[in-house]
Design a protein around this ligand. Sequence first.
Ligand SMILES: C[S@@+](CC[C@H](N)C(=O)[O-])C[C@H]1O[C@@H](n2cnc3c(N)ncnc32)[C@H](O)[C@@H]1O
Length: 281
Amino acid sequence: MSETVGAALRAAADALNAAGIPGAVWEARHLLADLTGLTPTQMLTDPDRPLDRAATYRAWIERRAAGEPSSRITGFRDFRGLSFRVTAETLDPRIDSEVLVDTVVAQCGDGPARIADLGTGTGCLLLTLLTERPAWRGIGVDLSFGAARTARENAMRLGLAGRAVLLRGSWSHALADASLDILISNPPYILRAVLPGLDAAVRDFDPALALDGGADGLDAYRAIAGDAPRVLKPGGRLFLEIGWDQGQSVPALLTAQGFRDIAVTQDDGGRDRVVSATAPQ
Ligand SMILES: C[S@@+](CC[C@H](N)C(=O)[O-])C[C@H]1O[C@@H](n2cnc3c(N)ncnc32)[C@H](O)[C@@H]1O
């Protein structure tokens, strides 16, 4: 006799609970919904329906119980209400990065603008902003071929390919002088020495290229700040996600490059999260 949806869900929640995965029941339902297309209502109202793809579901639950993030298993992550394809070459988008999107939306108008996103990964920051600002056009750049390809795929899936160009390249090197109204980046900012001690869900599944900020965590900020005055129009706006302890060091780099109106925005936990600044005139 084939396994039912209700029995599979109970077994999955028990396995995830035993492995100490927070929100085990929710995770069990989320993975089943992704695999089968069943809605939570169908799971609750028809628990005796036979489960298709039961073996795959068990394998997914084993991987999740072993600590693999759900986005690495399903290949997708929701970010600000949109679904993004995630691959081994992209960072798994973090809810913390929504602070950068909120800050840009709050500080920039909705008229036509040209924006670039350096280290675009899945493209989640750029593509979310293009969705919320229909008059904007954007360029996303990533050093990883695979990330640039995935960001392009996400742009197509979201119907944004006509307003977004996704390129493989290093930071802003390929961008023209004074070509941007807005420059954003969530660059790698973790100290190289602490990478081996990171939580296994990050260390073993996010690409090192997305995490490694060099000896002091500031390598990428130095590169971006050094070239930003060239690619931004005079008075253009810069927005950088930062680590919780970089609320002084990153503004100091921007001050040295002539940026003004430098401000630090905190996340919901009160930690420094985003630095915004205005390019020299
Ligand atoms: C912290 S991840 C951010 C990804 C995405 N923007 C997000 O917020 O989810 C940093 C990204 O920078 C990219 N990167 C690293 N070095 C780079 C470089 N020299 N030029 C462009 N991108 C780079 C990595 O491949 C990675 O996708």
